[in-house]
Ligand binder design. Structure first.
Ligand SMILES: Nc1ncnc2c1ncn2[C@@H]1O[C@H](COP(=O)(O)OP(=O)(O)O)[C@@H](O)[C@H]1O
Ligand SMILES: C[C@@](O)(CCOP(=O)(O)O)CC(=O)O
Ligand SMILES: [Mg+2]
Length: 388
């Protein structure tokens, strides 16, 4: 039995970091995907293995299923019942990965591998199988590679566990329904917790459901997730500064600053919340003629600019990000970091009437700084499963 599942990366138009502390944020899926293909092998054979092939990293690892069972213990496997990874379990998973002597330059993959082992064994138990992972997303650069990996993986695993419940004739008709999508997103969130420490849930939500969403984390009730219908297409240039960073440490540095300056940081988070609220209303507002479109674009750029200022003030900007902001500003274009910051990717809004010549000039200047630029389509589909 085999399935292929793909899930998109994302950009955050407003509200990163503040969303972890309860503010609203706006995110949209982009047309760059992570794909996970899983084939299950027949059980009851000798030397059964769970294999993972991270194609882009050239890393192929396997564990005997008997070893996984011995180390992780018996588990009651039911993909429809969510469980969180305990610190004891994480320790056991880290032991299983440590045995593989992963090269030093790939250690950032460790947390992804813990998430892989956790999700696979929690949803499918110790069934022998092979997962092949490929991704179009630059890893660790703010475009949500961790969430798209967790969503594509959870999607493939849920599809396989549901497939096994379906009658033979229906096996090639699988597609995710609303309940499946919610389950996929929740499992992916459990994976994100292993990678990020304290995710808000926005990345797995937008990667699962696609389009553009307004998201707000709720402590006591269900998170707010509101799809937004943008009335004008948004064109975004992405600049990858190629400066590596790690979401987990940036998120915890902001939390530490919030502990040191609770009132001040809470005012900043409130200001970011207002930016997200305003941006949500703006993208859905009608713009029937050219004047209305350009007024709307001016407002959007101003909101992005204010958000970048506040991100800088909470300590998550970086010299490379500021270089992109200054370089694009020469052509009156506005840029802001996207995702956790500290390097990674920067968004530049491309107004409808901007000439191709100016766009090319800006890209060329950014590339001379050693950055990589590309355009993305904003607001496409979320997770999709394809039977093989
Ligand atoms: N294709 C993948 N295979 C394995 N692990 C991955 C993959 N994509 C992302 N990850 C995990 O996610 C981490 C990057 O996540 P993060 O720091 O949140 O940055 P971002 O989500 O912005 O790319 C990687 O270090 C790795 O552990
Ligand atoms: C900083 C944050 O708001 C977004 C992180 O996105 P990324 O992992 O950098 O793509 C964290 C979160 O919301 O979980
Ligand atoms: Mg991430």
């Amino acid at each position: 039995m085999e399935v292929r599942c793909r899930a998109p990366g994302k950009i955050i138009l407003a509200g990163e970091h503040a969303v972890v502390h309860g503010a609203a944020a706006i995110a949209a899926s982009i047309d760059l995907y992570t794909e996970v293909r899983i084939s299950l092998h027949p059980s009851g054979q000798e030397n059964e293995l769970l294999e993972v092939d991270l194609k882009d990293m050239g890393l192929n690892l396997s564990w005997p299923c008997s070893q996984l069972k011995e180390v992780l213990g018996d588990c009651s496997v039911d993909g429809s019942v969510l469980v969180s990874c305990t610190s004891e379990k994480l320790e056991l998973l880290s032991g299983l990965v440590a045995q593989k002597n992963i090269p030093q330059e790939s250690v950032q993959l460790n947390s992804g591998l813990y998430a892989f082992l956790f999700l696979y064994t929690s949803i499918l138990g110790y069934k022998p199988g092979k997962a092949v992972v490929t991704s179009e997303l630059p890893m660790g650069s703010g475009l949500g590679s961790s969430a798209s990996f967790c969503v594509a993986l959870s999607g493939a695993l849920i599809a396989l566990s549901e497939f096994s419940l379906k009658t033979k004739e229906k096996k090639d008709q699988f597609s995710f329904e609303k309940n499946d999508l919610e389950l996929v997103s929740k499992w992916a969130f459990e994976g994100e917790k292993i990678i990020h420490g304290k995710p808000s849930g926005i990345d797995n939500t937008v990667s699962t459901f696609g389009n553009m969403i307004k998201f707000k984390k709720e402590l006591k009730t269900t998170n707010l997730m509101m799809p937004l219908n943008s009335t004008t297409p948004l064109k975004m240039l992405i600049t990858d500064t190629r400066v590596g960073r790690n979401t987990k440490s940036l998120v915890s540095s902001v939390s530490e600053r919030a502990l040191r300056h609770p009132d001040t940081m809470s005012s900043v988070f409130n200001a970011i919340n207002s930016i997200s609220d305003e941006l949500a209303l703006l993208v859905e507002s009608p713009a029937e003629d050219k004047i209305a479109v350009s007024e709307k674009e001016e407002k959007l750029m101003e909101l992005m600019q204010m958000n970048q200022g506040l991100l800088q003030c909470i300590g998550v900007s970086h010299d490379s990000i500021e270089t992109v902001v200054r370089t694009t500003m020469k052509e009156k274009l506005v840029s802001k970091l996207t995702g956790a910051g500290g390097g990674g990717c920067v968004l530049t809004f491309v107004p409808t009437l901007l000439s191709a010549a100016v766009t090319e000039k800006v890209i060329s200047e950014l590339e001379q700084c050693g950055f990589r630029c590309f355009m993305v389509k904003v607001g496409g589909p979320g997770v999709q499963v394809f039977p093989c």
